[in-house]
Every structure is written in C-alpha cells, then in structure tokens.
Design a protein around this ligand. Structure first.
Ligand SMILES: [Zn+2]
Ligand SMILES: [Zn+2]
Length: 244
C-alpha cells in the first residue's frame, strides 16, 4: 500500500513539481519554502517566553521557563501561545497576498511552519483545533477564512478534529491602526458560542494567521472558558513584536 502511495506521489510530483510558493524555485517536498525565502523570514527560533512565545534577544542564555513581563504580570490568560515568525516586511510578503489576494497556495508552507512553532509545547491533550472565526460578511467578501486554511493541516498533523461552527463572530469594522486598548474594546462581545456541547471540557487550540495585540485570542478564550472549555491555547503564523 505504502509503495503505491509513493508511486502515486512521484506521478503527482512529475505533473506538479514541488515549488516554493513565494518564488517558484524547485524544492524537494510540497509545502516547503526554498532556502532563500526561508532565510529572509524572521523565524522565532531562539529563546522565547515560555507562555506567549515572545522572542527574547538571542545571544543571551535564558532558562526554558522564563516569562516575558506581560506574562509575568499575569496579563496573558491563554495556557500558551506560539507563533512561527515575526510580522515584518519579509513575512508581509506572505501574509498580505495570502489574506487579501487569494494566494491560498501559501497555506501548506505556513501551516508547516506553525507546526514547527509548536515544537516546545505539549499538544498531546489538545482535543479541538479551532480557526478564529470570521464574520459572515467578511467571509462572503473574501471567499475563505484564512485561519481555516491554516487550521486544517495543523489539525490533520495532530490527528484531532477541527471546529468551524461552535462559535460565531459579529461583523465589526476593521481594526487596523488601532492601539491595543482600542482593539481590546472593539473585539469585546463579537464572539458567541452557539454549540456549547462541543466546547464543554475540551482543550482547545486556536489558530490565526497573525497575532497583533493578542486581544482576539484573549476574547475568544474568555467566551470559550465561560462555555466550559478546559483550556485554551493559540498558534499564529506571525506575530507583531513590540519592544517590552
Ligand atoms: Zn522561494
Ligand atoms: Zn509572554
């Protein structure tokens, strides 16, 4: 059986050779960035906050359980958050076309990087992978929920179910260029759990493309915990990194 699958994969590779989704250079496996594109991205591969994944300046030795000032002050309520890379000019080359120009072919490589970002956390207790819901109006205009495209391969790799429909999101105007406090206020009350039976007692991993202030994850966690979730963690492809 395995042999047939390998032969089938070879035929697929012959018809659609694996290429880097960004620059179309040939790569060895589908869903990989080429070496040049990979090195251009600011991956979070050094010491980071044990809880929220905030990257510390490399070159220093940190213990594995060191927290950033935000987490140390108890201001992050998620069990943990991980992100694959920093949101900057390089990752924007992936993020913006993926989100706004329909470049959904990037999803596989992005999700692979997010799976890599989970390397130092214990995901064995996760029951559900949940893409951050999109409001219907936005889904209608965009045609897809970018978080769902990332969540699917992550759930598949972890061997757990993906949940698209337990939470609904109300439409609110765009949150670009707002302060953290404005974002937190704007997101309040947008999520509503419509299937609490699917949430109760579950350990949930939230998936989003970008984490800006963390307000979306925090608000979603709040409604899920109120609906009886056992724990809520999060993973994003990239995150905004401000100096703390
Ligand atoms: Zn490339
Ligand atoms: Zn932290």
């Amino acid at each position: 059986m395995v042999k047939y699958r390998q032969i089938f994969q070879k035929i697929i590779d012959f018809i659609y050779p694996p290429v880097c989704p960004l620059c179309h250079t040939g790569v060895s496996i589908h869903g990989e960035f080429c070496a040049d594109c990979w090195t251009a991205i600011n991956w979070i591969d050094g010491p980071h906050c044990a809880r929220c994944g905030y990257p510390f300046i490399s070159g220093y030795d940190f213990d594995d359980d060191v927290l950033c000032p935000v987490c140390a002050a108890g201001k992050n309520e998620l069990d943990w958050i991980r992100s694959a890379c920093v949101y900057d000019d390089a990752s924007k080359q992936i993020m913006l076309p993926f989100k706004h120009v329909g470049k959904i072919k990037y999803a596989r490589a992005m999700a692979n990087a997010m799976i890599w970002a989970l390397r130092d956390v214990d995901v064995s207790n996760i029951d559900i992978v949940m893409p951050v819901p999109l409001a219907w109006r936005r889904l209608f205009h965009r045609g897809y929920n970018q978080a769902t495209l990332l969540a699917r391969p992550i759930a598949h790799a972890m061997g757990v179910n993906i949940d698209y429909d337990s939470v609904r999101r109300k439409y609110r105007a765009n949150m670009g260029h707002k302060t953290a406090a404005q974002r937190a206020k704007n997101i309040q009350g947008v999520f509503r759990v419509v299937r609490p039976d699917k949430i109760r007692g579950k350990h949930i991993l939230l998936v989003d493309d970008v984490m800006t202030s963390g307000a979306t994850f925090a608000e979603l966690r709040r409604v899920l915990m109120r609906a009886g979730a056992a724990s809520v963690s999060g993973v994003s492809f990239c995150r905004v990194v401000h100096a703390l």
